[in-house]
Design a protein around this ligand. Structure first.
Ligand code: AMP
Ligand code: ZN
Length: 739
């Protein structure tokens, strides 16, 4: 292709890609499959790499910049980013209006009611239509420059769109956020790599924006929404609703729902309505914001001390399912991988249908950040509707007798030293978590056995946490392999009680456990890989690895995995050989030519690797995971696994095919499972769905096609009803599978 054709094609591809970003994110009406989108992107990327002079800063390929930065630059906001006054009932809203009328007696009530997005505030500057800077709110006056991170969000235009010429300077303000389903999926990935997970969407957003490496940010499912203007030149809007419309016409995402009302009582109703319709929004909201629509009135009203006088946040307490209780004690739990987790024991309190007496505090950083002390009165909430979390401490209730907590310096179970690990991958730094360093720690041994026996793993019926504890304590099993050497007589006599007050496991349960263990011997490879607790190998990764390898030995010697593990090396070679690269700029032409040849060769190698990864269904297995696998098998733990399996005569095999049936009864459908089914375990139901062609997801969103509902279904069912998503009970599910 000659240069001018290439230029034209690149322009066309860029416009196409931006159009599809808009359709996908802003209009929520994608017309391309992910694959088709990737094809456009790959074509553009290829075109630009053979004609580097065609690359423009606003090209979609330039969203993810180069190397990680050292730290963020502090930037002063042109106008401070303010907080909002809070109101909790109609009476306070009437006072808000009264205050306005006192200052502006002629004010004609005219309000916009918007969602109060529970994300992280950001400010973006567009100069002559180009995104030049993005800044966090920080302390309101100074924030951090996070431009290269924000550029990775595909729904944020790098260049303002629309028919109107862009104003010379436009600052737009809004929130970056992550939706709950994306957070859960992200946590799964992080957990598989042994990285820190996020307790709620706001932490996930803040944590992602704080990354110094934009390439990591690009992999985080961050999104954004904009609801106001900051500093502007050459743009004037008479009302707030005009601003919202302008933002949208520039191609920026704005709240999908907002209402215009002419009385404060109607605004209150609109706020309630908004909270009711939260399920339709892709973000969590922590209330509504009520704003005076007329900008002239807003300017006249100005500020009251530190908050605008023309807008309020409206948050009814019952919207947040919060409860107050007393923190009595903090205990330490030691997990499977040795992580020490502080857990708060609180005075039992009823919240959202269950009694809560223990709440995880995650880690010391969290305790310090929220300044949680033993004896504190705390406000708790069921974050993500499931796990209870401490929202904040009630400062007014402090007596001065509360005690600060610090993490122990030795493991409370085995007394070994504890330490924090270096983070894996190129990011470096230290993990927040402290770990017990003793691989023979009884707590770790018991948790590994419990994990091995769990439903998602080898499903050893009868072997739960309490039995695992006692097996280790009584010296009957220290590893999962010891389980296969247990004899019925011995197991049946396992004392689950104390020395004085014995309570034996009994023959019946012992038989059940042994039968399940026997069955586990021939469980598929994927289940075994997951059950063994190999670092980074969670359920999804285990499935992928098993579909590309026949046995565990094959995986241990996998050449493809080794090549993935080494791929950063290949990338580095490609960069070094790039004749256009900085380091090669001054080189003589003859040398450049040689480099160019080598560059092409290496690129072809990488393309071949990517191809092979795709063919083997291994996309999603990146260098970090591959490296973990490559280092695991030669390690002491890995060696033990291979040796013990051989000694026990266990050789798990990959199942014939995991490829979903594209003509199956659930082909192309996105399905979620909730509650307890009679004939299936949760993972069996999901496996059956996958086999029938479904994409199985963990939470309900508007993109879900069906929810399979067992007994005791909870919030997912509520959400499905709210969104009008069809549900299938077990009978209908089975019926549909057969069809
Ligand atoms: P707060 O931090 O609770 O005082 O609330 C003020 C913050 O709410 C603002 O700084 C914004 O970051 C955020 N916010 C979320 N949604 C909106 C909205 N629709 N309008 C204005 N501010 C919002
Ligand atoms: Zn220990």
């Amino acid at each position: 292709m000659n240069l001018s054709d290439a230029r034209a094609r690149a322009e066309q591809l860029r416009a196409e890609i931006e159009r599809h970003n808009r359709l996908y994110y802003i209009e929520a009406a994608p017309v391309l499959s992910d694959r088709q989108y990737d094809q456009l992107y790959d074509e553009l990327k290829a075109l630009e790499s053979s004609h580097p002079e065609l690359v423009t800063p606003t090209s979609p390929t330039q969203r993810v910049g180069g190397a990680p930065i050292e730290g963020f630059t502090r930037v002063q906001h042109r106008a401070p980013m303010l907080s909002l006054e809070k109101t909790t009932d109609i009476r306070e809203l009437e006072l808000f209006e009264k205050e306005i009328l006192r200052k502006l007696p002629d004010f004609q009530p005219d309000y916009i009611v918007e969602p109060k997005v529970d994300g992280v505030s950001i400010s973006l500057h567009y100069v002559e239509g180009l995104l030049t800077q993005a800044v966090t709110r920080g302390d309101g006056e100074f924030g951090d420059d996070i431009t290269s991170n924000i550029r990775t969000l595909r729904e944020i235009p790098l260049r303002l769109q629309g028919d109107q010429p862009p104003p010379p300077h436009l600052e737009v303000r809004g929130e970056a956020y992550m939706n709950e389903a994306d957070r859960i999926a992200l946590n799964e990935k992080l957990r598989e790599r042994g990285d820190k997970t996020f307790a709620n969407t706001r932490n996930a957003t803040a944590g992602s924006l704080k990354q110094l490496d934009p390439r990591i940010v690009a992999e985080r499912p961050l999104r954004a929404v904009f609801y106001s203007l900051g500093y502007t030149e050459g743009a004037h809007f008479a009302t707030h609703s005009e601003e919202l419309n302008a933002l949208r016409s520039f191609g920026l995402p704005v709240p999908q729902i907002w209402q215009h009302t002419n009385t404060i009582a109607a605004a209150e109703t609109a706020a309630r309505d908004l909270k009711e319709r939260e399920g339709e929004l892709p973000y969590e909201i922590d209330g509504a914001v009520i704003k005076v629509n007329d900008n002239t009135a807003c300017r006249a009203l100005g500020l009251k001390t530190n908050v605008p006088a023309y807008a309020v946040a409206y948050k009814r307490p019952e919207w947040f399912n919060e409860a107050t209780t007393k923190l009595e004690r903090i205990v330490i739990q030691v997990g499977r991988t040795g992580v020490l987790t502080p857990v708060a024991e609180v005075a039992p309190v009823f919240l959202d249908g269950t009694t809560i007496s223990r709440i995880t505090l995650h880690n010391e950083e969290e305790i310090r950040r929220k300044d949680i002390r033993i004896g504190d009165t705390i406000v708790i909430k069921r974050a993500g509707r499931v796990i209870p979390a401490v929202v904040r401490v009630v400062d007014d209730a402090r007596t001065g007798n509360e005690l600060r907590f610090s993490m122990p310096t030795t493991c409370p179970i085995c007394g070994s030293s504890v330490a924090s690990r270096e983070l894996s991958g190129e990011r470096g730094g230290m993990e927040v978590a402290l770990r017990c360093e003793n691989p023979h720690c009884p707590a770790q041994e018991a948790r590994r056995i419990e994990y091995f026996a769990s439903r998602a793993a080898l499903d050893i019926d009868g072997l739960g946490g309490a039995v695992a504890d006692k097996l280790v304590e009584r010296g009957l099993a220290h590893t999962v392999f010891d389980l296969f050497r247990l004899r019925l007589e011995v197991l049946a006599k396992l004392n689950l009680g104390t020395e004085d007050k014995a309570r034996l496991l009994g023959e019946k349960i012992a038989q059940r456990i042994l039968a399940a263990l026997d069955k586990a011997r021939s469980a598929p490879l994927a289940k075994w890989l997951f059950a063994l607790g190999i670092p980074s190998v969670g359920e999804t990764i285990a499935l992928k690895l098993a579909s590309a390898h026949q046995t565990i030995d094959d995986l241990a010697h996998s050449e493809l995995i080794a090549r993935i593990a080494d791929s950063p090396e290949l990338d580095a070679q490609i960069a070094a050989a790039n004749p256009q690269g900085q380091q090669n700029r001054g080189k003589p032409e003859s040398e450049k030519e040689k480099l160019a040849q080598r560059h092409q060769l290496l690129i072809a190698q990488r393309a071949a690797l990517l191809d092979e990864i795709k063919q083997n269904n291994l996309d999603g297995i990146g260098p970090v995971v591959a490296r973990e696998i490559v280092t695991f098998f030669p390690s002491l733990a890995g060696n033990t696994v291979l040796r013990e399996l051989k000694a026990l005569g266990i050789n798990p095999q990959s199942e014939p095919s995991h490829t979903p049936d594209t003509s199956g009864p659930f082909a192309g459908k996105t399905v979620c499972v909730t509650g307890t089914l009679n004939a299936f375990s949760r993972s069996d139901a999901q496996a059956a769905l996958r086999k029938a062609g479904a994409k199985v997801v963990d939470s309900v969103s508007k993109n879900t096609d069906f929810l399979v509902v067992g007994s005791d279904a909870g919030s997912k069912l509520d959400k499905a009803r709210k969104l009008g998503i069809p549900t299938l009970d077990e009978a209908a599910f089975v019926e549909h599978l057969k069809s």
